[in-house]
Every structure is written in structure tokens, then in C-alpha cells.
Design a protein around this ligand. Structure first.
Ligand code: HEC
Length: 165
């Protein structure tokens, strides 16, 4: 949508150039503009005024709509604040051992969480919750229970939402 903000001025410049050309260069255009003599000129000015008058509000309205659409993606305040909490907790408790591009984590002790087939599904959330509870796959290489309860859930949901992207 923002492309229109760049396009519209250039379209107007283009219309101006065409106008000048139609009236035989700068002097002719100035003449036409000052005297408002030609019917073509009057009509084209009306068309331009109407066009801009309709186009600008329309662009602003639809741009606002786009912006609203963008924020509603991670919808509901609680969902996004719990993801936010998961992100913070991940940075504090998991990032030292795991790589996760979404938070720029570069840990190498544990597997790269972008590359173990996690996706934004309930199954992945379960797998991560289980990894937190029992410590990875239970081979005692990852400490068990580094987070509990709602904190573990928040991190699991966050990781599932961003891993592998
Ligand atoms: C001390 C380092 C360390 C920390 C801290 C750590 N992990 Fe791990 N993690 C590992 C290691 C090592 C493995 C591989 C061990 C295994 O597969 O049993 C692993 C495995 C995993 C797996 C893969 C399990 C599977 O099913 O393949 C997930 C998911 C995971 N960790 C998530 C987390 C999350 C989320 C946190 C933060 C709450 C975290 N880890 C904190 C070291 C760590």
C-alpha cells in the first residue's frame, strides 16, 4: 500500500508534464493557466482536483486498514502478551544453549530449534513443553524443569510460533 505514497506524487508530476506539453511548452502552459482560456484545461483541472480529492482519502483509508490488519495478525492482547513473555523467558533461560533466529539466539550446546522440525502446531508446543519438563529427550543433556507451569507454556508457545521461519 505504501507504494501509493510514492506513486501519487509522480503521477501528478506526469499529469503536469502532459499538461505543459499539450499547451506548447512552459509559456503556453502559463498562458493557459493564467487565462484559463481553454476548455480542455478547465475540464482537466476539474478531473485532477476530483481525482486527487478522492484518491488521497481513499489511499489513507485503505492504508489505515492495512495497518490494522497487520496488528491484528497476532491478535488478542493476551495472546500477544503471553508470546512476549515467552520471548523474554526464552532469552533468559534458553538462548544460552539454543539457536533461534527469531530472537537472534546463537547457543550451540543444544540443537538449533529452527532445524528440528518445529512448527506452529499443538504437537510442537507439546514437544517443547515436554523438552522443558524432562530436559530435552530425557538423556540428561538438557537440565529438566528450567521453567514451570505458565512460564513453560508461554515459552513453548512462543518457540512453536517462531521456530523454523
Ligand atoms: C544447559 C543448556 C540448555 C538449556 C538452558 C536449554 N536447553 Fe534445550 N536442549 C539442550 C540440549 C543439550 C538438548 C539435546 C538433548 C536431548 O535431545 O535430549 C536440548 C534439546 C531441546 C529440545 C529438543 C527436544 C526434542 O524433542 O528433540 C527442545 C525443544 C529444547 N531443548 C527446548 C529448550 C527450551 C524451550 C529451553 C528454555 C526453557 C531450553 N531448551 C533450555 C540444552 C539446553
Amino acid at each position: 500500500m505504501t507504494v501509493w505514497f510514492f506513486l501519487v506524487p509522480w503521477i501528478l508530476v506526469g499529469i503536469g508534464v502532459i499538461f505543459v506539453a499539450f499547451h506548447g511548452g512552459g509559456a503556453g502552459a502559463r498562458q493557459a493557466y493564467l487565462t484559463r482560456g481553454s476548455r480542455f484545461f478547465q475540464i482537466s483541472m476539474i478531473v485532477i482536483y476530483l481525482g486527487v480529492g478522492l484518491a488521497v482519502p481513499a489511499i489513507i483509508l485503505s492504508a489505515r486498514h492495512d495497518a490494522q490488519g497487520a496488528t491484528s495478525k497476532l491478535q488478542t492482547k493476551s495472546a500477544s502478551s503471553s508470546l512476549q513473555k515467552g520471548k523474554t523467558l526464552f532469552r533468559q533461560t534458553c538462548a544460552s544453549c539454543h539457536t533461534l533466529a527469531a530472537v537472534n539466539a546463537r547457543g550451540v550446546t543444544g540443537p538449533d530449534l529452527d532445524r528440528i522440525g518445529l512448527s506452529n502446531t499443538a504437537a510442537s508446543v507439546k514437544r517443547i513443553e515436554s523438552a522443558i519438563r524432562i530436559g530435552g529427550t530425557g538423556q540428561r543433556r538438557m537440565p529438566a524443569g528450567v521453567l514451570q507451569g505458565p512460564n513453560a507454556v508461554a515459552v513453548a508457545q512462543f518457540v512453536a510460533a517462531v521456530a523454523g521461519q
